[in-house]
Design a protein around this ligand. Sequence first.
Ligand code: SF4
Ligand code: FES
Length: 274
Amino acid sequence: MSLLGNGKRMVTVTINKNQYLAEEGEIFLLTANRLGIDIPHLCYEKALEPYGACRLCMVDVVTCGKTDMTPACTIRVQNGLEILTDTPQIIKHRNLLFELYLAEAPKSEVIKEMAAKYGVTKTRFLKKIVHDDPLQGKCILCGLCVRVCEEIMGASAISFINRGPYTVINTPFYEHNPDCEGCAACAKVCPTNAIVFEDIGTNRVMQSWSDTTVPLMICPECGKPFAPQRLMEKVLTKPESGLIEEIKDLCPECRRKYFTLREIRKIPTNGGQA
Ligand code: SF4
Ligand code: FES
């Protein structure tokens, strides 16, 4: 064991029978990826507490000669940790999951490409067909969008609805939801690019969420719509936003111009020469 400058300890872990140094407490999935050990994964998102939803990142944890299948995103590195990432049972589990995801999200190129990389190109399961699917046949029901909306944005505008094979993500009763702030954080975290939204004129239309329509803020300087109004109001009322009064309503581009001009005005016109 050794101590890093940031006070964290480097410990020894064994992965596929090889020993490595790793940072104590780090999420094992990240350690493995950093060491170039490939573990497929879909639902890990650093802004959220890992919760092992997609089950794709399963590895075998070896303890006293026995193995225990565990999602790599829920394991924290500790000294002496021993992991196997590609045992026959892991490969079998992974391939089965890819087949399930190919059926659950038959239009997802992300899933198709990932599955093909591991040699899975077909599914024995019945493909899910949802007519006029607002998630374009790409949703694997990982729940990341629901969690980011609730846990990070505090909006809870979307949720799992229906049950069993009919489960989907959407707004309550598939209706326009005034709780949606149009932040599009859901689309950013979605691992399969299932969520669709578009800025149309002065509105953001969350097409996947029952066409929930959110007005955009208009920059008073250049007149361009740039960010959802309610989201901006929320951000601007936070003292930590740090934005000064003259620029707080401006779009990012006009803010940049403001600062550039301010810097230019500070330079003496004679180039600073006496
Ligand atoms: S829309 Fe995307 S983030 Fe939301 S559950 Fe489906 S796959 Fe996951
Ligand atoms: S990334 Fe670990 S379970 Fe999904």
